[in-house]
Design a protein around this ligand. Structure first.
Ligand SMILES: [Zn+2]
Length: 340
């Protein structure tokens, strides 16, 4: 069952699932703010369980939880000494669960916040951080690497070079936080074209935008590249007036990002719809990012025509006391009447 990511993409749509950091923060295992995945060492069972939930929901890839597990971030929380152990353990946990369902294992790096396109020395520092993280990932055994939430094409290219040098397939996605271009000034489609030309097997976008504002960016990228395209939105109701989760505001005007986004959460039906729209637009790797829950992933998988383990418990509203065909009048009344 375990073939390469390239073979799997050739055979059909690959379903991704991410958002580990937000979900484990909600569950009380990661501190919002630094968002460092200390949970990998402190509560490995919590990570294992979430991988398993995404796997049962239909995810084809287990992404090792090494997001923000780089030297710069670990220094912020005083755990630089745990860097190697955290990275190795994250891959081991992802592998262990992937084996339960024939999923692929992805190593994972992200934007570092250390990169400055005007300062070449920062490029060297970023390269060193990626090289050590991905070096450990390769030793523990990953099938490919996802470099994600890239704000700068320059930083994304460094991750791509490091991945390529290690001989692994690369999926590189940009964070569409700006109207139409990366922070170093490349249109998203143009940046994807360059990444593909430099050898990325999969290019695209992830995070920041919800389905509604992510969709319009897809067609130009699809046209710009021959390789596989990946799109992983956040499950939040972004809209033209607030195109990213960072720009969403409560009715009182307060910033919702990152830990008051709950009222903007998309339903599973909205993500199922997105999966179909993305496939129609020619997206090969369809996924979901920060905010995702297993119910979103299962709905996406089923919309794409999959049968998944968690489908055993997919809704049967015909058996709900208020919805069943032979509903008694006294029970139907629960839906339609309110007696103070
Ligand atoms: Zn995200």
């Amino acid at each position: 069952m375990t073939t390469s990511i390239v073979d799997r993409l050739r055979a059909g749509t690959v379903l991704g699932a991410e958002g580990y950091v937000f979900e484990l923060e909600r569950r009380g295992y990661i501190k919002a703010g630094p968002f460092v995945p200390e949970v990998v060492l402190d509560y490995p069972d919590a990570v294992r369980e979430l991988h398993r939930e995404f796997l049962r929901a239909g995810a084809d890839v287990m992404v090792a939880l090494t997001y923000y597990a780089h030297r710069e971030k670990l220094r912020d929380v005083g755990r630089e000494g745990d860097l190697e152990a955290m990275n190795r353990q994250a891959v081991r946990i992802a592998r262990e669960v992937a084996r339960e369902g024939g999923a692929l294992v992805a190593g994972n790096v992200c934007n570092t916040w250390a990169y400055d396109p005007d300062d070449p020395a920062t490029g060297q520092a970023v390269r060193a951080m990626y090289a050590e993280q991905l070096g450990w990932a390769v030793e523990e055994g990953v099938d490919f690497v996802i470099s994600e939430t890239n704000d700068y094409l320059g930083e994304a290219l460094i991750a791509l070079e490091v991945t390529r040098d290690l001989g692994l397939p690369a999926m590189v996605t940009l964070a569409p936080t700006q109207p139409d271009r990366t922070r170093d000034g490349y249109g998203y489609a143009e940046a994807c074209r360059i990444l593909a030309a430099e050898g990325a097997q999969v290019v695209g976008l992830n995070c920041d935008r919800g389905p509604e504002t992510m969709l319009p960016l897809i067609a130009p990228i699809r046209e710009a590249v021959e390789c596989a395209v990946a799109v992983q939105p956040v499950p939040y109701r972004t809209h033209p007036g607030a195109p990213t989760m960072e720009t969403l505001r409560s009715p009182g005007g307060e910033q919702a990002f990152p830990i008051a986004l709950d009222p903007f959460t998309c339903t599973r039906f909205e993500l199922a719809q997105f999966a179909l729209q993305a496939r129609e637009l020619g997206v090969d790797y369809i996924g979901i990012c920060c905010g995702a829950g297993p119910h979103h992933v299962r709905a996406m998988a089923e919309a794409l025509g999959r049968e998944v383990p968690a489908g055993k418990y997919s809704p049967s509203m015909d058996l709900h006391p208020m919805f069943r065909a032979d509903v008694a009048a006294k029970d139907a009344a629960f839906l339609h009447s309110w007696s103070a």
